[in-house]
Design a protein around this ligand. Structure first.
Ligand SMILES: Cc1cc2nc3c(=O)[nH]c(=O)nc-3n(C[C@H](O)[C@H](O)[C@H](O)COP(=O)(O)OP(=O)(O)OC[C@H]3O[C@@H](n4cnc5c(N)ncnc54)[C@H](O)[C@@H]3O)c2cc1C
Length: 513
């Protein structure tokens, strides 16, 4: 039995068995595989309550709350559905927002030189022109206005604008007060309440209601397992992607055995499922994740992880004990670390005592933390040994192959020229001082970014580019800005897009009423 984390198939059948039917949902087979679709089944729900609204927004996170406030400001009757008991999704965890030409930039004198050209040079060229630059243009052109709009609605920015710890290429990261997304979400929720929005928590959207291919409503599951039917003219999907849905992740090629999710729960792909059920195109394989390498079972935000899982002077090998990359690949953009790791079935990072001691000069408690990780070995993934052979045996690698790889790497270190992968000489550190350490590099997913295909109005479109009437996707559900990598070159552009796409969808939905 297939079971969604948000709405289980069992729940669905229970509702159907109860027999009370509201408006019949007409499923249109979308671009997803049948296993991700409910559209192959007759749909009926045990509807215990019916409401109506102009617009239903699904998801109260960064993009959904912006869509909600914008639509309500324009006079629409809005119902906001949230599956969790707490509002805000991962939006609460965000630290800042992209903008250029903002009043805060002008006041601080930081980043005032930045133009659309700078932004597009750092992103479009990175993606080999495979992103639609018009989405970037819209984002950039609206970004200053979006920021002023957020400030007007009570969002608290600290006034600091920078390049986010040097990870971005340009100074466009506008920090919230205390770096806390609560200072973004909470004032916006208060604004939505002030504007008369009906906010329903613990009420996950289950399925769209279509009439002749047009969205005319939505079913949502209530606390008592019955269903609320909302008749409406437009639905804005803002469910924050599918990174919490193991089945959907595995279907897209990710081994989730030792993966962890750094975001809040509740991102189960309901938006992508509903959009594709309605005929929308699934472009998730061409989109990306906010993700990073780490080792299962250790504290992700601990100093050790930050010191050793960022590439650089370490040796990385795959399951065949082969070196496979320049380990300093994240120096250009941090997303490259996880991209490189994900090219292999397994990846391990290796270092020796002298490198550990060197790094420990600048990282507090590093030696103690590494020893603790070795002692715990929480996912059969972290070992220490007195020889390279023994290290290989412990980690399940071929000892002979690993010795050969280490010897070759050491030779390249000594000659000061990485003939194999062109790593900078200052990042080449010979592995010659026992003991040796090995950490398997598992993946940490924060959020999926993109998956539902949209046009610039944020309307969900099918494979032919034709909009599904009344259906919009925003935030990380529908993001068209990146291809395979969330680069962070333009820091907080994801949140900038959350706000911009939410507002854009709301304006277009209201205009269509
Ligand atoms: C820890 C973390 C920090 C981040 N920091 C930043 C940052 O500083 N800057 C930046 O640019 N980006 C950041 N991001 C990336 C991105 O901007 C955030 O993930 C952002 O929250 C995405 O907004 P969203 O609206 O798409 O999703 P979310 O904010 O996660 O909102 C989605 C909401 O939909 C709800 N939902 C899901 N399914 C249903 C359903 N069926 N019915 C009703 N509700 C549903 C969820 O519970 C959730 O509340 C961060 C991501 C993470 C995980």
């Amino acid at each position: 039995m297939k079971e969604w984390k948000g709405i289980s198939r069992r729940d669905f059948l229970k509702g159907a068995a109860a027999g009370a039917v509201g408006v019949a949902a007409v499923g249109v087979l979308g671009g997803c595989s049948p296993s991700e679709s409910n559209s192959d089944e007759a749909k009926s729900y045990n509807v215990s309550e019916t409401k109506s609204a102009d617009i239903v927004v699904v998801g109260s996170g960064a993009s959904g709350i912006c869509a909600t406030v914008q639509a309500a400001e324009l006079g629409a009757q809005v119902i906001l559905l949230e599956s969790n008991s707490v509002l805000g999704g991962n939006g609460i965890l965000t630290e800042g927002m992209f903008a250029i030409g903002s009043s805060l930039q002008k006041a601080s004198g930081v980043g005032t030189y930045i133009t659309f050209r700078e932004v597009i040079a750092t992103e479009q060229e990175f993606f080999n022109y495979r992103v639609n630059a018009l989405f970037w243009k819209d984002l950039v052109e609206n970004s200053a206005d979006n920021l002023e709009w957020l400030i007007k609605n009570g969002v608290k920015f600290s006034g600091v604008v920078d390049n986010y710890y040097g990870l971005g290429k340009i100074e466009v990261f506008h920090w919230f007060v205390d770096g806390s997304g609560k200072n973004f979400i909470e004032p916006m929720v208060a604004k939505a309440e002030e504007l008369g929005v009906t906010i329903l928590t613990k009420t996950p959207a289950a399925d769209l209601i279509l009439d002749n291919g047009k969205v005319v409503g939505i079913y949502a599951k209530k606390d008592d397992d019955s269903y609320l039917q909302i008749n409406c003219k437009a639905v804005i999907l803002a469910t924050g992607g599918y990174a919490n849905n193991t089945e959907m992740m595995e279907a897209r090629g990710y081994d989730m055995t030792y993966a962890i999710n750094q975001g809040n729960p509740g991102h189960n792909g309901d938006g992508l499922r509903m959009a594709t059920d309605a005929g929308g195109a699934d472009v998730s394989l061409q989109r990306c994740f906010l993700r990073e390498p780490y080792s299962y079972g250790i504290h992700f935000f601990g100093t050790m992880t930050q010191a050793i899982h960022r590439g650089g002077p370490f040796l990385w090998v795959n399951e065949n004990a082969e070196r496979y990359t320049n380990e300093d690949c994240g120096a250009f953009t941090p997303g490259n670390n996880s991209n490189a790791v994900h090219t292999q079935n397994k990846s391990f990072l290796i270092f020796d005592q002298s490198l550990l001691d060197k790094l420990a000069q600048n990282v507090e408690n590093l030696v103690e933390d590494v020893e603790e990780a070795v002692a715990k070995c929480p996912g059969d993934n972290i070992y220490k040994a007195d020889s390279v052979e023994e290290l290989a045996q412990k980690a399940g690698l071929d000892p002979e192959a690993l010795v050969a790889t280490v010897n070759r790497y050491n030779q390249l270190c000594r000659q000061g020229l990485d003939e194999d992968f062109n790593k900078a000489p200052e990042k080449m550190h010979e592995l010659a001082t026992a003991p040796y350490y090995i950490f398997r590099q598992d993946l940490s997913f924060w959020t999926s970014i993109g998956g539902i295909h949209t046009n610039r109005k944020m309307e969900v479109i099918n494979e032919a580019g034709v909009p599904i009437p009344g259906l919009y996707a925003v935030g990380t559900d529908g993001c068209e800005l990146y291809r395979e990598t969330y680069t962070m070159n333009v820091p907080a552009s994801c949140n900038g897009n959350n706000c911009n796409s939410g507002r854009t969808a709301a304006k277009n939905a209201v205009a269509s009423l």
